[in-house]
Design a protein around this ligand. Structure first.
Ligand code: SAH
Length: 464
């Protein structure tokens, strides 16, 4: 190991920064965040750095560096573009045995800055010993995505209860098991969901030995339109800690793969006989599983609140006092439009976009057709394949031009995506010609022509 990672308590300590430019500013920001008192020496100092020095209660020396500037400093940073000067500062600091960092010159450093993931009080530092800072930064970026921004609050929660837990369990093993349980269970979930008071209440109850409430929790998670890359961080985190996952037809297998390996998976979509599990049965199942203390993920295609019957499911949960969270997902309209190269709105073509269900009750034309024919409006039909001939003819009958551009996007965002463009007049014919199947989204409006203008082609999105 070339460098030993240590975390430096700089609160109230004086740190010398030699240099007044952009790099000095960047380092100074970190130092000020850690509570250091800045002493900056440079013939010129930028306005932002000036303010930072001021607010850190530090001092600004508008002149060249001199060895005496090191007096009283616990850490030295050389951030000038003058190499001999940087080398001089490094030599002076080493002479005195004070840690020194020279920006972009690992050989002159006794300490180096790592890439940092800050979830204070939890801080993760990554270093390549100065050999490959870009690699360290890439690893940092990965960690930023794994670890939710509120993760540090868990450490705060632990800090508040540390003494109580220590008194309760003098034995280290017991303590460890206790905290592992807390950090991976419903208490942590509450804290991460921003319900700090509830997390504290549960933790106190656990310490007091009260039997934990047997109720689990339900997460209504939007899984997006198909490409697993379009999941949110929150969706992925909850999927990886679920005890049970209820999913339906629209959830792509590649997404299901990302759920916790040993989670029970329950399919509630269409069965072989083509009968979907009735909605009220799903609602009851969610309640029953949560009552067994399970953490249940109800995984839904797209967004749970857009034609996803999410509203009905949470109504039932609320009625039974089951805690739940709703995680939004990328809805099919956004996903398919982006991957097919069709902007849903555009200054010149569409000032509004409307998401419409194409599922016609009893095959009747019960949509507000008059509202749907305004020319500067994009229409997106979900579940519109079966009723497509009616949809197209009614739109034309109510005044939308027969040559209005329209698109069909089948299995959008997945590797099986197919896109067909035509007009209101020939769209049903395209369905028959190309054997278009569900799930397919229908987009109607001038914006569809932009696909050609943008010279979009299948595979234009890197992830397809
Ligand atoms: N809650 C979902 C929509 C459920 S309704 C969402 O927000 O996306 C089901 C309809 O969504 C399908 O009939 C189809 O019209 C559309 N749909 C969902 N995923 C799709 C996909 N990957 N490609 C095309 N259409 C899709």
């Amino acid at each position: 190991m070339e460098f030993l990672p240590l975390f430096h308590n700089l609160r109230g300590a004086r740190v010398l920064v030699v240099g007044g430019g952009e790099i000095a500013l960047r380092k100074s920001r970190l130092l000020a965040d850690a509570g250091a008192v800045l002493r900056v020496v440079a013939p010129q100092i930028g306005a932002e750095l000036h303010e930072l020095i001021d607010s850190s209660g530090g001092e600004e020396l508008l002149r060249g560096y001199s060895e005496a500037d090191l007096d009283g400093c616990v850490l030295i940073i050389a951030a000038t573009d003058d190499e001999p000067l940087n080398a001089q500062v490094s030599a002076d600091a080493r002479q005195r045995g004070v840690p020194v960092n020279v920006v972009d010159a690992p050989a002159l450093c006794s300490v180096i800055f790592p890439a940092i993931v800050d979830r204070s009080p939890l801080v993760i530092a990554v270093s390549s010993g100065g050999d490959a800072p870009v690699l360290a930064r890439l690893i940092r970026a990965k960690m930023e995505s794994w670890i939710p921004p509120t993760y540090g609050h868990l450490a705060g929660l632990a800090a508040r209860f540390r003494h109580q837990v220590k008194n309760l369990f003098p034995n280290v093993q017991q303590r460890r098991a206790f905290w592992e349980d807390v950090f991976q269970g419903p208490i942590a979930d509450r804290q991460l969901a921003g319900q700090g008071a509830e997390a504290e209440r549960l933790l106190q109850a656990k310490i007091d030995g009260e039997a934990p409430a047997a109720t689990g929790e339900v997460y209504l998670v939007g899984a997006g339109p198909g490409d697993p890359d379009l999941l949110t961080f929150k969706a992925l985190r909850l999927m990886q800690q679920a005890d049970v996952v209820l999913y339906d037809r629209l959830v792509a297998p590649a997404i299901l793969e990302l759920c916790r390996r040993d989670a029970d998976r329950i399919y509630v979509g269409k069965q072989r006989a083509d009968h979907a599990v009735p909605q009220d049965q799903i609602n009851q199942q969610l309640v029953a599983l949560a009552r067994q203390g399970k953490r249940v993920v109800r995984l839904k295609g797209g967004d749970p609140f857009i034609f996803g019957r999410g509203g009905e499911e949470i109504e039932e949960l609320a009625a039974h006092g089951i805690p739940f969270q709703v995680v939004p997902g990328i809805t099919a309209a956004s996903g398919c439009a982006a991957y097919a190269g069709i902007p849903l709105t555009h200054r010149d073509y569409a000032q509004s976009v409307r998401f419409v269900t194409g599922h016609l009750k009893n095959n009747t034309t019960d949509l507000p057709w008059k509202d749907l024919v305004s020319p500067a409006q994009t229409l997106v039909f979900y579940m519109g394949l079966i009723g497509l001939p009616i949809i197209c003819s009614e739109l034309i009958r109510h005044g939308r031009a027969a040559d209005t551009p329209a698109a069909l996007i089948q299995q959008g965002t997945t590797s099986n995506q197919r896109v067909f463009t035509g007009t209101l007049a020939n769209l049903p014919q395209l369905v028959a010609e190309h054997e278009v199947h569900a799930p397919t989204l229908v987009i109607v409006g001038e914006v569809v022509t932009l696909r050609d203008k943008l010279k979009w082609f299948e595979g234009a999105q890197a992830s397809i």
